[in-house]
Design a protein around this ligand. Structure first.
Ligand code: ASP
Length: 350
């Protein structure tokens, strides 16, 4: 775990100013499929918290919490947290065991952002389990923000990462099954009308689960975020989604809040979704309202298309208040703080 540089103390006092000056009441997710009106939830100050996408965020949060509860830095927490599903071969949407592209390559997208607008990203990275740690090294060791494809792999290998085969037998089997029809249709994460057991495009897989996006606020009130995925199953080789694009799949502004997304990346990129959510919070929107507005932009652009796909956003503001919203039912977020460890279902448009 890293110690805080002195500049953190400055950020900390700035935060106290912000606490008293911005953001009205906040909407918060409180229970399965119920998002409350704000006033019932008192703001949380100086309490670390971590929120992440989907149910599998729970075990990732637990790892992040070890760092947050020991007064560690949010950046270290989010990296450690998302490494859990990255290393889990049974999770077929992230890291090791991720479903491959249509040519059989497992290609990973990941990005990370800290409280100083530092950020790093890797796109279409192959053979390395912990794409998030490579993204962090891009941030810390290069003058760049993004490395892609072979260049990202070379950089990882030069920095001691081990080359591995990420295609597990289960994911290879699912890919071969898919090859029988090769139906190239970017649908994912739908739990309601379009996505039932019978039509599950990932039989035996994780159902409607996908990218992990994680946002954390540490005991000093500083925010960081991480996002990592194997992307859309059976995508075109070279396709990059929203997850490694700063502002689309993840954005952190330490004065305001942070946001991340899961779902059809193309739709998130079009609206620069996570940045939009943070900017809406800057204007005083609650986390939930900001996520809802972003989702509504996707609907506005293509109401018919939006009925067939899933996109979900989750946001965390500087008061430690969180919220989420999705196109479809079934988007869940995992939350861990000193007072709770819960999985909430987000409200949705459809
Ligand atoms: N957003 C990811 C992508 O488009 C996948 C997902 O979260 O469903 O690659």
């Amino acid at each position: 775990m890293l110690n805080y540089p002195k500049s953190f103390l400055i950020m900390s006092s700035r935060r106290k100013f912000l606490q008293s000056s911005v953001l009205g009441s906040a909407a918060i997710v409180t229970d399965k499929n119920v998002l409350t009106t704000p006033a019932l939830v008192p703001p949380v100050f100086d309490q670390p918290i971590v929120v992440s996408t989907w149910d599998f965020g729970k075990t990732a949060n637990a790892e992040a919490w070890k760092i947050l509860s020991a007064n560690g830095r949010a950046l270290d927490a989010v990296e450690a947290g998302v490494k859990v599903p990255e290393a889990d071969p049974t999770n077929q949407t992230i890291g090791l065991g991720g479903l491959p592209d249509r040519d059989g390559h497992v290609t990973l997208d990941a990005c990370i952002m800290d409280e100083f607008y530092n950020c790093g990203s890797v796109m279409a990275l192959e053979h390395i389990v912990h794409a998030i740690s490579v993204a962090r090294l891009v941030m810390e060791k290069t003058p760049h923000i993004v490395l892609a494809g072979d260049g990202a792999l070379q950089f990882a290998l030069a920095n001691g990462f081990k080359k591995e085969n990420l295609l597990t037998p289960a994911s290879e089997k699912a890919w071969k099954e898919w090859l029988k029809t090769s139906k190239y249709e970017p649908m994912m994460n739908i739990e309601n009308k379009l996505f039932d057991k019978e039509h599950d495009p990932m039989p035996g897989g994780p159902g409607n689960h996908d990218t992990i996006g994680m946002l954390a606020m540490d005991a000093r009130g500083n925010l960081s975020g991480a996002c990592t995925t194997s992307g859309m199953a059976f995508k075109m080789h070279g396709r990059v989604g929203d997850s490694p694009i700063i502002g689309a799949g993840l954005y952190v502004d330490n004065e305001i809040g942070a946001a991340t997304s899961s779902g059809v990346g193309e739709e998130v990129i079009r609206i620069v979704g996570s940045h939009l959510v943070v900017e809406l919070m800057r204007r005083g929107y609650t986390p939930e309202k900001a996520c809802k507005e972003a989702v509504e932009r996707i609907v506005k652009r293509g109401p018919e298309k939006s009925e067939k796909i899933q996109v979900g956003f989750v946001a965390l503001n500087k008061k430690g208040q969180f919220g989420a919203y999705a196109l479809q039912k079934g988007f869940t977020i995992s939350v861990k703080s000193a007072k709770e460890e819960k999985i909430y279902a987000a409200k949705s448009i459809y």
